[in-house]
Design a protein around this ligand. Sequence first.
Ligand SMILES: Nc1nc2c(ncn2[C@@H]2O[C@H](COP(=O)(O)OP(=O)(O)OP(=O)(O)O)[C@@H](O)[C@H]2O)c(=O)[nH]1
Ligand SMILES: [Mg+2]
Length: 378
Amino acid sequence: MFVDEHELTVRAGKGGDGLSSFRHESQMPKGGPDGGDGGDGGDVVFVASHHLNGLGHLQHTREIRAKDGGKGQGSDCAGKNAPDTIIEVPVGTVIHELVTEQPEPAPGPEAPADDGEVHAPEEAFTAEGASGEDLPQAPAVLQARVIADLNEPGMRFVAARGGNGGFGNKHFATATNQAPRRANPGRPGEHKRLRLEVKLIADVGLVGLPNAGKSTFLARTTRARPKIAAYPFTTLSPYLGIVDMQGESRFVIADIPGLIEGASQGKGLGHQFLRHVERTRVLLHLVDVSMEEPEQLKRDYDVIVGELQAFSPALAAKPRIVVANKADIPGAQEKAAELSKLIGQPVELISGVTGQGVQDLLWKLYRMVKGETSEREA
Ligand SMILES: Nc1nc2c(ncn2[C@@H]2O[C@H](COP(=O)(O)OP(=O)(O)OP(=O)(O)O)[C@@H](O)[C@H]2O)c(=O)[nH]1
Ligand SMILES: [Mg+2]
């Protein structure tokens, strides 16, 4: 199963405690302070890897803990710094921190109200028994805010920083206090509740109804081998493929499951995969012209445009090429021309099966991908 969203808690390691100790020497009953510092706690670090394409490896992980720093030792030996805990995630992972927002204090005078009742702070958070007032049900609301976007291979993000080790008593020796007993405890590590979300990084996103031939197109133009079959919803998770433009350059195409009318309300596989084409520069809208009459094709076309709009106006506003597929079926060319008139937009004609028109289309896509400036990048 393709997992592209996951929540977990990260806990960095605690710093090791500094030690309070004194040197033992035969001539000196009490030597100088020699308590070492504690080591630093390990960080929890995310690293973007292109060997992964989902979060399946974290599916059962609820919490990730980094190791604590070592305690300070005698003879002025510092505790060991704990190693960082590294978690690989796919390139394109967006990390949200889930923060607990305290509910807004009720409007009114700062001082306790005149009714003489003083409410304990917790009481303000209990919804039950509130006389008709709309109090929040939970004590606090989780808000998500983006804290990292690992959109390049090898990018690192320290999600939770380990605590510093505490100073040993050696550190506190001064001219006037040569035998300090004081040593600091290690500092706690950070902890955070996170939501990870994968948004694949591709240049071109394939959209269309189920069965339009999106996966066939990806398989013909790249080395990707998605499942292809004559029934809807063959593709259940996003696929990426790299188009090699005769050694000149490359671009990445993303194939996602087909959309149907009502996807925005969760019909079919819903909108859940559209986020994977949110960051593309160009959308390739594939229409199967083999079955329907042009009027119906226009309605089908409008369904997809409507669903893109419902997902996000920014997605609907992306440069989009409309492509009529299955040119090898008789009548396809005429229908593609009709459709073009009905929607008032050029329609390219290809066959993912025979390859007709595919190379020209790839060059066109390539120019669009290159010609676009970074302003489209989400
Ligand atoms: N004749 C013909 N059939 C095609 C062409 N392209 C795809 N098909 C067929 O159409 C059917 C659906 O193709 P897919 O590539 O699986 O379609 P899809 O858009 O990925 O479908 P979903 O993953 O279900 O959304 C398969 O039987 C393909 O063989 C084409 O150019 N000509
Ligand atoms: Mg498919």
